[in-house]
Design a protein around this ligand. Sequence first.
Ligand SMILES: Nc1nc2c(c(=O)[nH]1)N(C=O)[C@@H](CNc1ccc(C(=O)N[C@@H](CCC(=O)O)C(=O)O)cc1)CN2
Ligand SMILES: Nc1ncnc2c1ncn2[C@@H]1O[C@H](COP(=O)(O)OP(=O)(O)OP(=O)(O)O)[C@@H](O)[C@H]1O
Length: 203
Amino acid sequence: MYRFHPLESVVDERRRVRQQIREARRQLSQTQQQAASDNIVQRVADAAHLASASKVALYLANDGELNPQPLIDWYWANGTQVYLPVLHPFSSGNLLFLRYTPNTTMVENCFGISEPKLDIRLLESKSELDIIYTPLVAFDANGNRIGMGGGFYDRTLSPWRHGLGPRPVGLAHNCQQLPAIPTDHWDIPLPELLTPDQHWHFS
Ligand SMILES: Nc1nc2c(c(=O)[nH]1)N(C=O)[C@@H](CNc1ccc(C(=O)N[C@@H](CCC(=O)O)C(=O)O)cc1)CN2
Ligand SMILES: Nc1ncnc2c1ncn2[C@@H]1O[C@H](COP(=O)(O)OP(=O)(O)OP(=O)(O)O)[C@@H](O)[C@H]1O
């Protein structure tokens, strides 16, 4: 349940909302998760600008996130190149994007999420990606998002503030929508987001 808490700081509110929605999404059943992932494939297949992309960044689901694996399989079957985020080895808070195929050697990062083993030959320049499918914890009807709290995607998507770089497209469960999200100046609102029930285009 969403409750209004007057006199709460933005940071506290974001932290509380993050915990609340992460818990809600972990409660989804296997059946609900599977149905949600399948719906997303259909939504992408129905949207020409998403279906026809050449290079897309996706992610591997963690902590109840909408699982994009069926979408990854669909893109592979269509010849689209798929990339995954890799924590930058020394530029902390930043992501690299490495090519992901069924044969990619994977390692676990410090958050327990699988990522391609660092190999310069698999590295793609961010500007070459058409779409970055963006994980998130919560979103609102204006495309504002709250992530896991590391600022990784805020940094990655910062050129989008000026309409530059890959187009971010959020992926989320319906239960991750909130009436309004308190924002900070570094937050990059999403132009577009897919849930199992809706294809959002934010102005
Ligand atoms: N699937 C997925 N991959 C992703 C992200 C994401 O949100 N989802 N990221 C998007 O930024 C980056 C990783 N950021 C993350 C930030 C915090 C936690 C996390 O679970 N924090 C735990 C504490 C874990 C620990 O420190 O040991 C927590 O808050 O409970 C996970 C990923 C890159 N890869
Ligand atoms: N473009 C940026 N440059 C430098 N620092 C940034 C940038 N964007 C965010 N940060 C820093 O990252 C921290 C986390 O930001 P925030 O809580 O908004 O992350 P988030 O959106 O929840 O996570 P993510 O983007 O990884 O999904 C903030 O303390 C902020 O100072």
